[in-house]
Design a protein around this ligand. Structure first.
Ligand code: BES
Ligand code: MN
Ligand code: ZN
Length: 506
């Protein structure tokens, strides 16, 4: 989506839809808010009439459309709920709802009247940024395999009007940032949405190489021969079942704009398809497992954002990519596999494959780069979805400062994360009789946390945060309606905005 800034009023008549926010009104009859006066004038009093009839109440998700009698587009009013409660996230969602409501209705350009979205807890710059984010993310569609489309909003403009035209320079900076981030999210979703026949480990590696050329990153691709040399037993075991799509590990490096010399490593689970392997999954929702690469694709998005936003720390991205399918060459329950670190894993369920590929990537990150901080993103467990639902990511960390920093960034982006405990109880559960750790426990409790205890084995003393994004990394038609309007059906690129924002803060 094209994003623009305009010093004039949204009612100038040059756009298909002029959008204003409306805060929730009380029971008493209040006069039409000041921020709707111009809208009322160009509508020939229609907006005021709707207000007087209490058709406009300002409740969240409420959308009112009025056509201008002069034929110069429509006036759209979107409810924001109580003024005292509205946050940047409220504005982000409202912008997305408007874009969704206008889709397929011939509105190509929309403009937001900034002043009407500013509230007690939403400053003008935050409102402008959120309007862009919501509009661009909500307008995203995965069109690669569609031969027809209804057509939606193509350009969103934030109109400053006389209230905010003085703030133009500061606002433009925030909006440029929002444009970079949302464009990166669309790019990330486009890759994460590719089905497994196309998005093979090799294809993900090629995307990384292309990205490296585009934004200036050093990129290395390790094929199965190189992985064998490196003794990455985990990735080779999981990837061993696939005849057509061999595994890859990809390492990307952004050198950092600051002088701090700090290094943050970001590791992602890249299972291009998770059938479960020999411990095969039931057929019902197996198609969703094309999204099991979301962690690794998020790493691509994070590196892209880091480079374009020129964040201070050096950022290392590592993608652990493999296809988990059953065959005569697949790894099996009972196997013992040695990870890059030298530690061994007893495989008791081939469907607990994410932790197995991550063992190599985490060990490699620690050994080669000695990062100050290590963050991994993975669609790791169904237990995460059971515990937190499909809007909230699980956060497990051995470092309070790192965890708090990520939670702080998460509050800014509106991508919810919730920290969960990791204790000796979970560590005990993953001890193996024959190897250092086992990938499945006989007592199937706290699945998100036993998986975390397994991962912890490979990070040593490094400050580490694990983000289990199983639920929020994609939406389906059945989960879609509970999600914010800016998350479309399919890949959401969950975690990219939060970690990019976190890196900016470092
Ligand atoms: N990729 C799945 C986890 C998952 C489930 C992601 C639902 C997204 C939505 C993972 O590899 C898996 O299969 N986990 C198993 C682990 C179990 C066998 C210990 C699970 O959660 O059931
Ligand atoms: Mn699995
Ligand atoms: Zn998986």
């Amino acid at each position: 989506m094209k994003l623009a800034l305009d010093r004039r009023d949204a009612t100038v008549g040059s756009i298909d839809a002029a959008v204003s926010g409306v805060f929730q009104r009380g029971e008493k009859d209040e006069p039409l808010p000041r921020t709707l006066q111009k809208e009322n004038a160009v509508s020939g009093g229609l907006v005021g009439g709707a207000w007087d009839r209490r058709e406009i109440r300002g409740r969240r998700k409420e959308i009112t459309v009025v056509h201008r009698p002069d034929g110069k587009g429509r006036i759209v009013l979107v409810g924001l709920g109580a003024r005292s409660e509205a946050t940047a996230e409220t504005v982000r969602r409202a912008a997305a709802e408007v874009v969704k409501a206008l889709r397929g209705k011939g509105a190509r350009t929309i403009g937001f009247r900034l002043a009407s979205f500013v509230g007690e807890r939403v400053a003008p710059d935050a409102a402008a940024e959120s309007l862009y984010e919501g509009a661009a993310l909500g307008g995203y569609e995965f069109l690669r395999y569609k031969t027809t489309t209804d057509g939606g909003v193509e350009e969103a403009t934030v109109f400053l009007g006389e209230e905010h035209s003085r703030d133009e320079a500061a606002l433009r900076r925030r909006m440029d940032r929002a444009a970079t981030l949302t464009e990166t999210i669309a790019w990330t979703r486009d890759i994460a949405n590719l089905p497994a026949d196309t998005a093979s480990p090799q294809r993900l590696a090629e995307e990384a190489l292309r990205l490296g050329k585009e934004v200036g990153l050093k990129v290395q691709v390790f094929d199965e021969k190189k992985l064998a040399e490196l003794k990455c037993g985990g990735i080779l075991a999981v990837g061993g079942g696939s005849v057509s799509h061999p595994p890859r590990m990809v390492v990307l490096e952004y050198s950092g704009a600051g002088r701090s010399g700090k290094t943050v490593a970001v590791v992602g689970k890249g299972i291009t398809f998770d059938s479960g392997g020999i411990s095969i999954k039931p057929a019902a929702a197996m198609a969703e497992m094309k999204f099991d690469k979301s962690g690794a694709v998020a790493v691509l998005g994070i590196l892209r954002a880091a480079a374009l936003l020129k964040v201070a720390p050096r950022v290392i991205g590592i993608m652990a990519c493999a296809e988990n399918v059953p065959s005569g060459t697949a790894y099996r329950p009972g196997d013992v596999v040695r990870a890059y670190s030298g530690q061994t894993m007893e495989i008791l369920n081939t469907d607990a494959e994410g932790r197995v590929v991550l063992s190599d990537a985490l060990g490699y990150a620690v050994d080669k780069y000695h990062p100050d901080e290590l963050i991994d993103l993975a669609t790791l467990t169904g237990a995460q979805v059971v515990a937190l639902g499909d809007d909230t990511g699980g956060l497990v960390s051995n470092d309070d400062k790192l965890a708090d920093g990520i939670l702080e960034a998460s509050r800014r982006t509106g991508e919810p994360f919730w920290r969960m405990p990791l204790t000796d109880y979970h560590r005990e559960l993953v001890k193996s009789d024959v190897a250092d750790v086992r990938n499945h426990t006989e007592l199937t409790v706290a699945g998100m946390l036993t998986a975390s205890a397994f991962l912890e084995t490979f990070v040593g003393k490094t400050a580490w945060a694990h983000l289990d994004i199983a639920g929020a990394s994609y939406t389906t038609p059945s989960t879609r309606k509970w999600q914010p309007a800016y998350q479309n059906i399919g890949a959401t690129a969950f975690g990219v905005r939060t970690i990019a924002t976190y890196l900016e803060s470092r």
